[in-house]
Design a protein around this ligand. Structure first.
Ligand SMILES: NC(=O)c1ccc[n+]([C@@H]2O[C@H](COP(=O)([O-])OP(=O)(O)OC[C@H]3O[C@@H](n4cnc5c(N)ncnc54)[C@H](O)[C@@H]3O)[C@@H](O)[C@H]2O)c1
Length: 281
């Protein structure tokens, strides 16, 4: 990875914008595509806010901030995607929508370009069946992606060793620690996380402790940086609800979300992005 890499990011929401920052921060040129120019610009504004915080903390100066920002080009078109070395998709968690996108990209991107999906729960082999199965890989970042060091690297059935090596090297180049994981539902982290969250919801439901105290218990007793309720709000309950369904289908009742979780979903308490979830924001 000696030359400056060009990265295409599709989706500039919670994950896409932060992944764009990781790439630009490490010297890569980024095209960040959204469904509208306004959304793409919003994604870049998210990056600008994060960089301002980095300046305030003395991690970079304003000149470096401007240099990083200048490497990110927000757009609602595919212009420039013919030159990217890697596309990272971070759009809606809907298999058909993602597959359609990869079919479109297959026509535009150069043949050696690698396709990656940040999906939380959809089979990489299934997504890869849409285009370039040998050059397709899962790159599962964690929120907030600019801070979290882990990336799960998930090969599909036909992903070549060269593609896996490329993905692992890319992660290290942007300062992440990759772990290679088989293409199973939930991969490693979400299987552990949803089991933990379910138990936290049940504890609340049973009146064993308040959500604040359960969060405190996990922070101070397990060394977690945030407790399960705060984390659930950060990830968003609608996304977690979909993952619960997928894991329940794959592994059975142990992953079924308890009633108290579904009640929050039904009430529209989706988490931080909605201004209310387990907590109010
Ligand atoms: N939120 C998390 O903590 C988290 C963690 C890891 C992985 N993921 C995965 O990352 C992906 C994105 O999640 P998110 O939380 O950033 O969602 P988000 O809703 O914040 O952002 C998704 C963005 O994709 C855009 N989009 C939808 N279809 C598009 C298309 N065809 N072309 C371009 N842009 C399109 C939407 O306008 C939206 O801005 C999902 O697959 C999710 O499972 C999320």
């Amino acid at each position: 990875m000696s030359k400056v890499m060009r990265i295409g990011i599709v989706g500039a929401g919670m994950m896409g914008a932060e992944i764009a920052l990781c790439c630009a921060w490490n010297g890569m040129d980024v095209i960040m595509k959204e469904v509208t120019q306004e959304r793409a610009d919003n994604g870049k504004q998210t990056v600008a806010r994060l960089l301002t915080k980095a300046v305030d903390k003395g991690r970079i100066d304003t000149e470096e901030k401007e240099n990083v920002l200048a490497r990110i080009q927000p757009t609602d078109m595919y212009e420039g995607f013919d030159e990217v070395d890697l596309v990272i998709e971070a759009i809606l968690e809907v298999s058909e929508v993602k597959q359609t996108l990869f079919q479109e990209l297959d026509v535009i991107c150069k043949p050696e370009c690698i396709f990656a999906s940040n999906t939380s729960s959809i089979s990489i082999t299934k997504l890869a069946s849409a285009a370039r199965p040998e050059r397709f890989v899962g790159l599962h970042f964690f929120s907030p992606a600019s801070m979290m060091k882990l990336v799960e690297v998930i090969p599909g059935l036909l992903t070549t060793p060269v593609t896996i090596e490329f993905a692992m090297a890319f992660c290290r180049t942007i300062g992440k620690e990759p772990v290679k994981v088989k293409n199973v539902e939930g991969f490693v982290v979400n299987r552990i996380l949803l089991a933990l969250m379910n138990e936290a919801y049940r504890l609340l439901d049973e009146g064993v402790a308040t959500k604040e105290d359960i969060d405190t218990a996990c922070r101070l007793g397990l060394g977690h940086p945030v407790g399960p309720f705060r984390l659930s709000d950060n990830i968003s309950l609608d996304l977690l609800g979909k993952v619960h369904t997928i894991l329940t289908d794959a592994y059975g009742e142990r992953f079924k979300a308890p009633g108290i979780f579904r009640e929050h979903l039904d009430a529209g308490r989706m988490g931080r992005k909605a201004g209310r979830g387990w907590y109010d924001y």
